[in-house]
Design a protein around this ligand. Structure first.
Ligand code: HEC
Length: 141
């Protein structure tokens, strides 16, 4: 799990990353050591996309893993009881605004299957934004 976590940070910090320019990856690399990079990013750069992704992973693990699975492939423990199955979030191509909408309102709120619950009562605006950033980072380039 540590390795996966570090891979996420490296992806986020990669110079070719679309996020890098926006969030000042160079600045982060200057300040944060590899050993506690994630804690450091969340502490020192809390308004960056990188920090949102790290916080978003915690939100995802707490609320989404059961259906969407550890890696986001739609293969969580409860996936089998849903038809249609929970979306494969790695392959998903819906735009960021739509992620936010379906997360807030649930499947039923956007004319889809109600097995995808609405989260606006459960999660703060920051948590919703964080999990959205995490899902964007999960996608294959
Ligand atoms: C109880 C099971 C369940 C949980 C928990 C759940 N989902 Fe879902 N989710 C689904 C199902 C089922 C669908 C597919 C709905 C459909 O196809 O109509 C879905 C679809 C989605 C989609 C649409 C993706 C696309 O490409 O259309 C997103 C985004 C999503 N979920 C995000 C989340 C996030 C973020 C969380 C955690 C906050 C979460 N889901 C928690 C069951 C779940």
């Amino acid at each position: 799990m540590r390795a996966l976590a570090w891979a996420l940070v490296l992806t986020a910090l990669s110079p070719v990353s679309a996020f890098a320019a926006e969030a000042g990856a160079e600045q982060i690399l200057k300040v944060c050591k590899k050993t506690d990079a994630e804690d450091c990013i969340v502490r020192e750069f809390k308004h960056t996309v990188e920090a949102a992704q790290i916080r978003g992973r915690s939100v995802y693990r707490a609320y989404c893993v059961l259906c969407h699975g550890e890696s986001g492939l739609g293969d969580g423990r409860a996936a089998k009881v849903h038809t249609p199955r929970p979306a494969n979030l790695v392959a998903s191509q819906v735009p960021p605004e739509y992620i936010e909408l379906i997360v807030r309102k649930g499947g039923a709120g956007v004319g889809r299957y109600a097995g995808m619950p609405p989260w606006s009562d459960q999660l703060t605006d920051e948590q919703i934004n964080d999990v959205k950033q995490f899902l964007i980072a999960l996608r294959k380039p």
